[in-house]
Write a protein that binds this ligand. Sequence first.
Ligand SMILES: Nc1ncnc2c1ncn2[C@@H]1O[C@H](COP(=O)(O)OP(=O)(O)OP(=O)(O)O)[C@@H](O)[C@H]1O
Length: 242
Amino acid sequence: MLELKDIYGGYGKITILNGTSFKIPRASITTVIGPNGAGKSTVFKAIFGLLNIHSGQILLEGTDVTGRTPKQMIDAGVTYVPQGRNVVPQLSVYHNLELGGITARDQRKLRDRIEQVMDQFPMLREFRNRKAVELSGGQQKQLEVARALLLDPKLMLVDEPSIGLSPNLVKDVFRTLQDLRDQGVTILMVEQNAKSALAVSDYGLVLELGQARMHDEAAKLLADPRVGHLFLGGHIDEEETA
Ligand SMILES: Nc1ncnc2c1ncn2[C@@H]1O[C@H](COP(=O)(O)OP(=O)(O)OP(=O)(O)O)[C@@H](O)[C@H]1O
């Protein structure tokens, strides 16, 4: 579905991605973990056309999409749910959904699509006239995910969906992502909450210093003592990965 080939890129003269390479298969959840500053969010920006890429290639279903703009990436079937709260707090749930579809090519179909998405998220239908700020943190995250779905993505980039949420709400958000995966959407997520995220993922990817250092089935990474070490603030030694 998605392949990064030896990506170098960063901010101004600073290089953050130092030869990032990985592939993710269709209809799967992959969680990217790694220490603070490893470049996890930067990988997402690179994929979504928000980063200056110096070299390397990004392939989406075999097509070279390197250097495309965010709008072109949305048209190619990619959506990005950034870190933090991204709903418009004083607008209603329904109005937030309408805004999410603003770039949809067929505005006439948008109303039907919003209805379909509300079928998938009955909570949003129930609270359609409430201000977004009146939803809980987890419900707001679900609104963001639902809004991203209006554009019928094949690939969703979800950056730290669990930030600031209570454990129960985290479970709800993860379950939503699993349902989407079961419907055929490919999900790449970054998570600090690494153990819970890997537990609901198919694959895990450890990023360090802008490079994919480990990439395996999520269950295998969870069982790997080196990953446990990383969660506690360590790093992976060269000899250990050799
Ligand atoms: N807009 C920017 N301009 C300059 N440097 C940036 C910018 N955004 C991020 N960086 C730097 O790039 C590096 C990687 O940041 P990134 O946000 O990708 O890390 P991360 O792995 O997602 O970290 P965290 O787990 O802390 O969110 C950091 O050193 C950060 O300071």
